[in-house]
Design a protein around this ligand. Structure first.
Ligand SMILES: C[S@@+](CC[C@H](N)C(=O)[O-])C[C@H]1O[C@@H](n2cnc3c(N)ncnc32)[C@H](O)[C@@H]1O
Length: 202
């Protein structure tokens, strides 16, 4: 990831309240909640990739999972880490660039809420082996991104089910891809999204 991109995320998180960011969702995103239940993931080591405000990591830690949470922005990690301490939750926060991964361990499952879709196509292709390296064999990647059905002009890249199948199939079994939305939690706009369950091949 180039320095300009890195510092734009850092500027964003160092300059204002995380609650005002458009992706801020105070509890566990309902699609992740449903997937954890229907796939019977009732414990284990979780990674919240690109944790940002850290709300998903906190919600997972409140539900018995042992959680690591990473983001490219040091300020995001610092703010989320402070919030976890205030709530008495133990989460291993670490600044990490998924495009230049320094984490040397693997997880039972990884959640990605709005990370994959921030990268242009050539980086999305690099993301796939990078995230596979962070999963145990047979582990699940739960990934939520903007879908190509979303018609607004701004925002992140739009992803089609066909792209997911094309880029992930060599390293992941495609368990499911469903059309959904990014729930706003406050009655605001709800961009169209894909929610994907991908299993790392053994
Ligand atoms: C749309 S936000 C989603 C944040 C969080 N997952 C959530 O749902 O609230 C995307 C996040 O990706 C992080 N990010 C961008 N590029 C990254 C990279 N190369 N490595 C790790 N994190 C990155 C940003 O700092 C930002 O927090």
């Amino acid at each position: 990831m180039n320095d300009e991109k890195k510092s734009s995320w850092e500027r964003l998180y160092s300059s204002g309240a995380v609650e005002s960011l458009p992706w801020f969702y105070p509890g566990l995103d309902p699609d992740f909640e449903q997937a954890l239940e229907s796939w019977g993931i009732s414990g284990g080591q979780a990674l919240d990739l690109c944790t940002g405000p850290g709300t998903q990591a906190l919600a997972l830690a409140q539900r018995v999972y042992r959680v690591t949470a990473t983001d490219i922005s040091g300020s995001a990690v610092e703010k989320a880490s402070r919030l976890a301490r205030e709530k008495g939750l133990e989460i291993a926060f670490q600044q990490n660039d998924i495009m230049d991964n320094r984490l040397e361990r693997v997880f039972d499952f990884v959640i990605d809420r709005g990370c994959y879709h921030v990268f242009p196509l050539e980086q999305r292709a690099k993301y796939v082996p990078a995230v596979a390296d962070l999963l145990k064999n047979g582990g699940l990647l739960l990934l939520k991104c903007f879908s190509n059905r979303e018609k607004r002009s701004d925002g992140p890249y739009r992803i089609s089910p066909g792209e997911i199948k094309k880029l992930f199939s060599s390293l992941f079994q495609i368990e499911s891809i469903k059309h959904t939305v990014f729930q706003s939690g406050d009655g605001g706009r709800e961009p169209k999204a894909l929610f994907c369950v991908l299993r790392k091949r053994r």
